[in-house]
Design a protein around this ligand. Structure first.
Ligand code: ADP
Length: 292
């Protein structure tokens, strides 16, 4: 079983020729509400990739709360530990211009009210094979979750902020993209960044978008996995799909090379479809791509 302790947001996406300037009102082409948030995305990715997944986090008591809960539940994610707190759910207010450039305002809402897991929540984490964490919840809460003993801790360090030592001490595997890896280490070359990350944690994967991913472990293993060559239409949540699938492969006992291949296949399938959770592949699709 995999636990995800993280954010759930409603993405409010407006599609427009060009983002409005201050004071300007424009007519957009299309509007969509899409369940998102890195935590919820990783949970859905892991569930679709074949794991039993429990989501721990919070939504608000507004109209978005039940929709976010339903999106997780529909993907097969266990939501009994998802709290409802007074006030608005987390939202990401996204303007997509023609050509694909985004401007995004994230308002944490209920995510900002999440505190460290206690009682039954801590118990769920403690009996998980892996705990997936990101940084869209208050840092104190993330640190407390990572400190629950008994599970492998996999952290996607996004958004990129300095990581406290007490968090790094608990992390087994860090999965930044190349920009986050550079921000964490001050090294622009991803291979250098990977080496610097291994001074901080026992294992790391640096994802490189269409260029694939690098893996390193303190036992000396270094791997490079090319991305599956596909025509990408929307790379939103590629990293979350990758992290969710990577956790599934690891909890099934896959070795690092096999786990990287599995995660790359899942992410390559997701970039060929629009949206975040809407684009994440099911297990049989991943298996078929790997066999083919
Ligand atoms: P993030 O979404 O966090 O920025 P990346 O862009 O590095 O993360 O993408 C994560 C993974 O998704 C990559 O390591 C790769 O396996 C896969 N991926 C991303 N973009 C593409 C693409 N254009 N074609 C194939 N795979 C891709």
């Amino acid at each position: 079983m995999i636990s995800v302790f993280g954010s759930a947001n409603m993405d409010l996406v407006a599609y427009v020729a060009q983002a409005p300037k201050p004071g300007e009102t424009l007519t957009g082409r299309e509007f969509r509400t899409i369940p998102g948030g890195k935590g919820a995305n990783q949970a859905i990715a892991a569930a679709r990739a074949g794991a039993d997944v429990a989501f721990l986090g919070a939504v608000g008591d507004d109209a978005f709360g039940p929709v976010l809960r339903a999106a997780l539940a529909e993907a097969g994610v266990e939501v009994a530990a998802l709290r409802v707190v007074p006030g608005p759910s987390g939202v990401a207010h996204i303007v997509v211009q023609d050509g694909g450039d985004n401007s995004i305002i994230v308002v944490p809402g209920a995510n900002g009210a999440v505190t460290g897991p206690v009682g039954r929540d801590a118990e769920i984490i403690g009996r998980s094979d892996a705990l997936l964490l990101q940084l869209e919840l208050p840092m104190d809460a993330v640190v407390a979750a990572a400190q629950v003993p008994g599970t492998e801790v996999i952290l996607t360090p996004a958004p990129a902020v300095p990581l406290p030592a007490e968090l790094l001490e608990t992390v087994d595997l860090l999965v930044p993209n190349e920009h986050e890896a550079a921000a964490l280490t001050g090294r622009d070359d991803p291979r250098d960044a990977l080496e610097a990350l291994l001074d901080l944690v026992p294992e790391a994967v640096v994802t490189l978008g269409a260029r694939g991913a690098l893996y390193g472990s303190r036992d000396g293993t270094r791997l490079r996995e090319a991305a599956v060559p596909v025509r990408a239409v929307d790379t939103t949540a590629a990293g979350d799909t990758f992290a969710g699938a990577l956790a599934v492969a690891r909890t099934e006992g896959a070795d690092p090379a096999r786990a990287l291949r599995f995660a790359s296949a899942a992410a390559a399938l997701s970039v060929q479809r629009e949206g975040a959770s809407t684009s994440m592949p099911h297990r049989h699709e991943i298996d078929r791509l790997l066999e083919g």
